[in-house]
Design a protein around this ligand. Sequence first.
Ligand SMILES: Cc1ncc(C[n+]2csc(CCOP(=O)(O)OP(=O)(O)O)c2C)c(N)n1
Length: 358
Amino acid sequence: MLSEQTSPNNPETNSRPAGSAENDAGPPTLNDNDLLEMYRTMVLSRVLDQRIWQMNRQGRAAIVASAQGHEAAQVGAIRALDPERDRFYIYYRELTTMLALGITPLELLLGFLAKDGEPLSGARQFPLHGAIDRQRCDIVSFSNVVATQLPQAVGVALADKMRGEKRVTVAYFGDGASSMGETHEAMNFAAIHRLPVIFFCENNKYAISVPLAQQMNIESVATRATAYGIPGIEVNGFDPVAVYEAVGAAANRALAGDGPTLVEAVVERFLPHTSDDDDTRYRPAEDLEGIRDLDPIPATEKLLRASGALDDALDQEIKSAAQKIVNQATEDAENAPFPEPHDFYDQVYAPGSPGDQS
Ligand SMILES: Cc1ncc(C[n+]2csc(CCOP(=O)(O)OP(=O)(O)O)c2C)c(N)n1
């Protein structure tokens, strides 16, 4: 099923190449059941995100960078990848990505409440930071210093190429991060060595309070790809199918040895930068009203209803199941203990290494 939506930056097409792709074979076509599953994840992500935001306002949860508005882009990208094979160098706004990779709402909430059992850092880091190892899937987020994850992703992709391992590494980042020096170095190096990397930019048009026009003299982040001689694809990030197709083609290129691709998913940030930010100081209220009309969750619901894959009863079931899962996870996370002081270094030093104090 193909979406009727068009790109906010480019009303002509859903995706637009800025460079040339030698191997632009797309991924398998999605059917209604695939889209229904993606819709479930998007609904769950929205309910969980709203809960975390609410708990922050009640003083119960730490800082949160909301993924509201980014759900379709994140779920579409993961659908085109293989959680067991690929590597995910995420940034702080990846709640839907984490759910789509199989991290549970409880595990995510444990991080926001700094409770024991959180899988990325043992709840010793900023929420969604740390790493999960290969036994589950390779998720890495060492810090929120903007753009540092790009050279890290490129380094690990180089290692995979040298070892002859067939994996795709995805580096996630925002439009603001695309203006950083690390981004230039990472894309340049990955292009020269034809590394199996997807640079996945979620362009929500703001870097905290700085709008796009004040961080770059171009309209589309994807056009940066031309400078490195790699394909750059701008895609409507409110359309999960369009994102799936763009990322699937990029993954095929990477696995075929044709090198990196820059995929720019154009999205909107529905909430302030983080729960510590007040966007009323820099963002006009009308701007927010307009973008809410493009919300990808009702849009996907509409598509599924139009194709007959979703009716009132099923939609109700999906929405109440999400609410139930999040309610249970909230209760379990609140009842979970805080970590013990003695295992503070467990996530820092490898067992048996000089710093190991276990
Ligand atoms: C090197 C560096 N400079 C500044 C910051 C403060 N900072 C945190 S997030 C952010 C904006 C990033 O915007 P963008 O990359 O567009 O991602 P978004 O948060 O909009 O998803 C900034 C400037 C930082 N973390 N690291």
